[in-house]
Ligand binder design. Structure first.
Ligand code: UDX
Length: 431
């Protein structure tokens, strides 16, 4: 098949490269000329395992990039993966996505004849009520689209750091369509993945598909906050929350995954999507209580981490090592990283913060330019009066002797990566 994917961010670039690899001819469209140049040069504009190899293999052949809407359409399918930024109140801004849809519509109006049919697929995460705004934007560009241009939603469930693998072997593919023609087209698009991974294919209408994405992320985020809530209670009772989690995870109604309690969830999806769903539901007249609680627990965990340290050392003028700055291991992404509130609170309490992360230092430096950063975890610990673990990088499990160089070896672990051992005062967040 031939198609264009508008937007070459984390999701758009991965999907474009993977679909090219699956045998389709993909045009990636992005208004950022430097991203376009990188893709056409066979380089990845983002860090994602396996992605650069795919782009290098297919660039100039089955994968081409452009900045020009005049190169639309290719085939009868255009997919949009444009960011939906968050407003201060948590609601999403569909303005950039609506603008892109209007541009796509305007271009399609120039070239499509009365017998043509085109599918515009929204891959971006949008709350169901926003679909009306997007429909209006399409009409602004195209005029009356009925019978010629159809909208569909097709949310993405990739994890950062595993995006290529998750695209190739998804557990489910969700198609939000309005006709069997659109369903057939999207099934044909995903046929190589369906053949290889045998995912569940869910076919529904566009708003339901959009909601499935939010429900999925909200459920996982709430699962983490629930185990954190239980974990805090466990700690108060002197019980190990990980032993409890292992036991309840054997009940397949609960499931063993996403039961790691600690300093909470970060990243580009969970916090943003839970807030967006909460905001959209409030606008529609319902105030979701569990979502409020999930967010509240997630804000509490970094506070609690710092409190546990403050119960043991005087934070004012203390030198505190923050081990891990990325929102999770395997990425340099610091968006909503729990390290951010941890560093803020430590600084408010008068501590001198020394940050270390194997890959995320550059990104955190732009957020906190005036804290100290080290090239190794050992250097961060050297002479420190206390340490907190915020990201579960494997290398922290092997630190051993490095703790001996601390002035006061108090370690509060927010991710259960450090072994309890003689010579350090070890404090688990929920164990
Ligand atoms: C998530 C969803 O998993 C993915 O399906 C969606 O498309 C985008 O959002 P991602 O943000 O890449 O993916 O990260 P994920 O691996 O799911 O972890 C999210 C956060 O939850 C991390 O900060 C992680 O540390 C935290 N987490 C995860 C826990 O605190 N405990 C757990 O048990 C699992």
């Amino acid at each position: 098949m031939e198609l264009t994917i508008v937007g070459s961010g984390y999701v758009g670039t991965t999907v474009a490269a993977c679909l090219a690899d699956a045998g389709h001819r993909v045009q990636a469209l992005d208004i950022d000329a430097s991203i376009v140049a990188r893709i056409n040069a066979g380089e990845s504009p983002i860090v994602e395992p396996g992605l650069e190899e795919l782009i290098a293999t297919h660039a100039g052949d089955r994968l081409v990039a452009t900045s020009d809407y005049a190169n639309l359409p290719t085939g009868n399918l255009t997919m949009l993966s444009i960011q939906t930024p968050t407003h201060d109140d948590g609601r999403i801004d569909v303005g950039p996505l609506a603008g892109a849809i209007e541009s796509v519509g305007a271009r399609l109006a120039e070239v499509l004849g009365p017998d043509d049919r085109h599918l515009v697929v929204i891959k971006s995460t949008v709350v169901p009520p926003a679909l009306e705004t997007l429909r209006t934007a399409l009409a602004e560009g195209f005029g009356d689209a009925s019978g010629t241009v159809e909208l569909a939603t097709n949310p993405e469930f990739q994890r950062e750091g595993h995006a290529v693998e998750d695209f190739r072997f998804p557990q489910k593919i969700v198609l939000g369509v309005e006709s069997s023609w659109a369903e057939t087209l999207l099934r044909e698009l995903y046929q190589p993945v369906i053949d290889a991974a045998d995912p569940v294919v869910i076919v529904t209408d566009p708003p339901t598909a959009a909601m499935i994405k939010y429900a999925n992320n909200a459920f996982l985020a709430a699962k983490i906050s629930l185990i954190n809530d239980i974990g805090n209670a466990c700690k108060a009772f002197g019980v190990d929350a990980y032993e409890v989690a292992d036991a309840i995870g054997t009940d397949d109604r609960i499931g063993a995954r996403f039961l790691r309690s600690g300093v909470g969830f970060g990243g580009s999806c969970f916090p943003k999507d839970v807030k967006a769903l909460q905001g959209a539901a409030r606008d529609a007249g319902y105030d979701p209580m569990m979502l409020e609680a999930a967010l509240a627990v997630n804000e509490h965990q970094p506070r609690r981490l710092v409190e546990l340290l403050a119960e043991r050392i005087e934070l004012a003028d203390a030198r505190v090592a923050v081990l891990g700055l990325a929102f999770k291991p395997g990425t340099d992404d610091i968006r909503n990283s729990r390290a951010i509130p941890v560093i803020e609170r430590l600084r408010e309490a008068g501590a001198t913060v020394v940050g270390y992360d194997p890959v995320a230092t550059t990104n955190m430096r732009s957020r906190f330019p005036d804290i100290e950063y080290t090239d190794t975890a050992s250097e961060a610990l050297d002479g420190a009066d206390g340490a907190v673990v915020v990201t579960d990088w494997d290398e922290f499990a092997a630190l051993d002797d490095a703790f001996d160089a601390m002035a006061d070896p108090v370690v509060v672990d927010g991710r259960r990566v450090i072994e309890r051992r003689d010579g350090i005062e070890y404090v688990g967040l929920t164990w």
